[in-house]
Write a protein that binds this ligand. Sequence first.
Ligand code: AMP
Length: 130
Amino acid sequence: MATIFSKIVAGEIPCYKVAETEHCFAFLDINPVVPGHVLCIPKKEVDYIFDLDDELFTELHLFAKRVAKGLKKVCPCIKIGEAVVGIDVPHVHIHLMPLNKPGDLNFAHHVEMTPDELSALAARIAAAIE
Ligand code: AMP
């Protein structure tokens, strides 16, 4: 069965998209830990990041780097943090999060954002990605 992220890539369920290439896709996390919490995924459905072939592993990280640079322009922060968990959704994803203090990368915390806020933020991030 297709993962929820494959359904997002296929356009079968909505997302707040920020970037797309031939093999990769990025969108806002629906339950953000901090504002600007982005997920970067390969379109190919692979569960575990270290099972990606070298080419796609590299491509995904270069894609995440490009997204992070755009994200940092829009979300004021000290650094963009990166995390890979993958316990809930069995489809490789790199979490990108704007960080202003160490505790910002804490999956026990979440911020409330309305659909309008998420939509506006995604558009700004998308426009800032070169
Ligand atoms: P994990 O697999 O533990 O790295 O966590 C999966 C992440 O995917 C969580 O941060 C969820 O909030 C996020 N997530 C799950 N479903 C969606 C969705 N439909 N759109 C955006 N983010 C999602």
